[in-house]
Design a protein around this ligand. Structure first.
Ligand code: COI
Length: 362
């Protein structure tokens, strides 16, 4: 294989068989197809080794791999956007990097450094820029992840870890696309407790949510709206996104108290709403308050935010046999304004006043 050393000190082995022809850019399914290259770095004997970029492909693992049994694994979800044929915009890489290290600390995984992270992203964008889709509502999804790589069945922290970054051209996350999704609470399950791992991006949080999500889907809803684990009345998040409520002119976003993931898009939403002069409250909100706001007409909009979901309108919420309908079956005005602003910044069409964009020349 053709191997070269770049100035950034990442050892790069370019692919000899590009898979670009396998991508159907008109029908992108979320996270099914991958770009030609991936970043890899291994941790062993107390330090991270040499960073490498090599062709995307299967990896060999031992059946005793710690992660397969105990799930000592974390990840990030971020996006890069086509601006023009020479420019790709990566959205808020520093914030994602900081959250990756936050997750690492909680799950007992060694932290990584920003220089390697951003250099790896830049190199991946340069190598795989043709995989960044150009159409409206599409992007290159970037998935950094770190997992325990000791082959050992003892239930203890691994001493070896593997750090990868893979990328995937994507369209909308939900089947509904831009149409409102429907949510249901559940009495049967909880997502996270304070002191647990709800505020970090770790594999187990998602594994535990799949059965409740399946049941919600079978009952006709898109996703579960999680309530707090202790009193079962405060709204937390959706698992695949954070949640926001516009009640009159106040944007209410469930407060981060340890069991909710601190979304990067969630942060963009509250920042923009404040700048636009809305009253922004990060506080606890009960499901009863939400239903009351719906009954008295003050509930104007409900929407989710997340990297994959971007801004996703919610049209219906079901809770213990009762249902509220929100809006008119289309995205609300406020959510649409947020969507336009955030994606405008991401695609380089609106000035980046906040330093959220890291542009890469390709
Ligand atoms: C993201 O929004 O990027 C996530 O990681 C959520 C995941 C359910 C796709």
């Amino acid at each position: 294989m053709n191997e070269l050393m770049t100035s950034s000190k990442i050892n790069i082995t370019p692919t000899e068989n590009s898979k670009i022809h396998e991508i159907d850019f008109d029908n992108l399914v979320f996270g099914k197809k991958f770009s030609d290259h991936m970043f890899v770095m291994e941790y062993e004997n107390g330090s991270w080794g040499e960073p490498q970029i090599r062709p995307y492909g299967p990896i060999e693992i031992n059946p005793a791999l710690n992660t397969l049994h105990y799930g000592q694994a974390i990840f990030e979800g971020m996006k890069a956007f086509y601006v023009d044929e020479n420019t790709i915009n990566i959205y808020r890489p520093k914030a994602h990097f900081e959250r990756l290290n936050y997750s690492a600390r909680r799950i007992g995984i060694p932290e990584t450094d920003y220089d390697t992270f951003i250099t790896a992203l830049e190199e991946l964008m340069r190598l795989d820029h043709q995989f960044v889709p150009k159409k409206d509502q599409t992007s290159l999804y970037v998935r950094p992840f770190i997992f325990a790589s000791d082959d050992l069945l003892a239930a203890k922290s691994s001493s070896k870890f593997s750090y990868y970054i893979i990328t995937s051209p994507v369209g909308a996350y939900y089947e509904e696309g831009f149409n409102p999704v429907s949510l249901t609470t559940t009495k049967e399950y909880v997502r996270a407790v304070v002191g647990g791992t709800g505020d970090v991006k770790t594999a187990g949080n998602y594994a535990a949510s799949f059965l409740p999500a399946k049941k919600a889907k079978e009952a006709g809803f898109t996703q579960v709206l999680w309530l707090d684990a202790k009193e079962h009345k405060f709204i937390e998040e959706v698992g695949t996104m954070n949640i926001h409520f516009l009640i009159n002119d106040t944007l209410i976003t469930p407060k981060l108290m340890g069991s909710i993931l601190g979304g990067i898009t969630r942060r963009s939403v509250t920042t923009l709403a404040e700048e636009w002069g809305y009253k922004v409250e990060e506080r606890r909100i009960t499901i009863d308050e939400l239903f009351e706001a719906s009954a008295n007409g003050s509930l104007k909009e409900v929407f989710g935010s997340g990297t994959a979901a971007v801004i996703s309108p919610v049209g219906l919420i079901h809770h213990e046999g009762e249902t509220i309908n929100i809006g008119t079956g289309k995205i609300g005005e406020f959510a649409e304004k947020l969507y336009d602003e955030i994606t405008g910044i991401q695609y380089g069409k609106i000035e980046d006043r906040h330093g959220w964009i890291h542009s890469v020349k390709v």
